[in-house]
Design a protein around this ligand. Structure first.
Ligand code: ATP
Ligand code: MG
Length: 329
């Protein structure tokens, strides 16, 4: 039967995002452990119903690279989405706990994310739209899966002007207000891989810019919605309305906009970017990340092409023991 709020018992809080919270729950009638995401919304009831219909597509997603869905329901005024529980959590949590992720494991993340993107695009004609470490999950089987993909046009519309889909993982063409494409996801993957391999987000800021040069500061800006003023503080490109609002914005918030402008203007970050990293990563890994971070969308390769890159093929044939590594964390 359909999922019901009454059948779910909270076990633990798994995390808080900008759009809501995620709880570990047990579905009491079956004993199945799930992750329940409450998406905070202010949409009309008719829109919410449409969103629910659209979310049904996640039911038909059947891939080992995609977190499976148990269903969704309305919990006035919000929407609850119940999905497969991934017991090792997301890769942002993993690297923040244990530091930089070994490059072989980063290679596995790349390969699995590419497979997930190919599946979503080829089978369901879906573009993910929100590739970043917190949306890449791991379980103790060593499986790596994507969650939070853009299935619902209505869901995206109703939260379009919030922080969802606007992030520092956005490709240059997205920052400039261009259409999403599967290549936009590839840019986000490139940023994600550098972040995991270094155990920190690759900054674009000038050295003299103290505002953003330290990680804790950066966490504050992007991880804590309390620092953000209104729903569409980060929406780009700036509308006249957000220009007016920007006068009331704090210095910190403007720095995020400056950061996004730098993504557009500056050369793309690289896996090996300084002398001290020289020789740290295989050449094929550098080559792959460079391919993900080609600034021109039309020159960036789609996921299926990138699966054929040397680094990915080597990773997949080298028998990296993801299960053993997952169990160790
Ligand atoms: P943002 O709101 O910016 O997208 P986010 O992805 O961290 O950030 P949520 O999608 O709300 O926000 O997820 C919050 C946290 O919950 C994640 O970081 C992840 O650690 C955890 N989480 C989400 N889904 C699952 C799941 N299926 N199994 C286990 N943990 C999960
Ligand atoms: Mg998420």
């Amino acid at each position: 039967g359909p999922l019901k709020q009454e059948d779910l018992e909270n076990l633990a809080e798994l995390g808080m995002g900008n759009g809501g919270s995620v709880m570990k729950v047990v579905h009491v009638p079956t004993g199945i452990i799930m992750a329940k995401k409450v998406v905070l919304m202010d949409a009309k009831p008719s829109v919410r119903k449409q969103i629910l219909r659209e979310l049904h597509i996640t039911h038909s997603c059947n891939s080992r690279y995609i977190v499976s869905s148990f269903g969704a329901y309305i919990l006035e005024p919000n929407i609850c989405i119940c999905m497969e529980y991934m017991d090792k959590g997301s890769f942002d949590g993993i690297y923040k706990r244990m530091g930089a992720i070994p490059i072989d494991m980063v290679g596995m993340v790349a390969a699995n994310v590419l497979e997930g993107l190919v599946y979503l695009y080829d089978v369901h004609h879906i573009i993910h739209r929100d590739i970043k470490p917190s949306n890449i999950l791991l379980n103790s089987e060593g499986e790596i899966k994507l969650c939070d993909f853009g299935v619902s046009g209505e869901l995206i519309n109703s939260i379009a002007n919030t922080f969802v889909g606007t992030s520092v993982y956005m490709s240059p063409e997205r920052i400039q207000g261009g259409q999403y494409s599967v290549e936009s996801d590839i840019w986000s993957l490139g940023i994600t891989l550098i972040e995991l391999a270094h155990g920190r987000f690759p900054f674009y800021v000038d050295d003299e810019d103290d505002e953003l040069s330290s990680k804790p500061n950066f966490d504050n800006l992007l991880g804590n919605p309390k620092h953000l003023e209104s729903r569409d503080t980060l929406a780009l490109p700036m509308s006249p309305a957000s220009h007016r609002r920007s006068r009331r914005r704090s210095k910190a918030e403007l720095s995020i906009l400056e950061l996004l402008q730098q993504i557009v203007r500056e050369p793309a970050p690289r896996l090996t970017s300084s002398e001290k990293d020289e020789g740290k990563f295989p050449r094929a890994a550098d080559e792959f990340v460079d391919a993900c971070l080609i600034k021109e969308q039309k020159d960036r390769r789609p996921p299926a092409d990138l699966l054929k890159y040397e680094w990915i093929e080597k990773t997949l044939t080298s028998g990296v023991d993801m299960k053993k590594w997952a169990e160790s964390i």
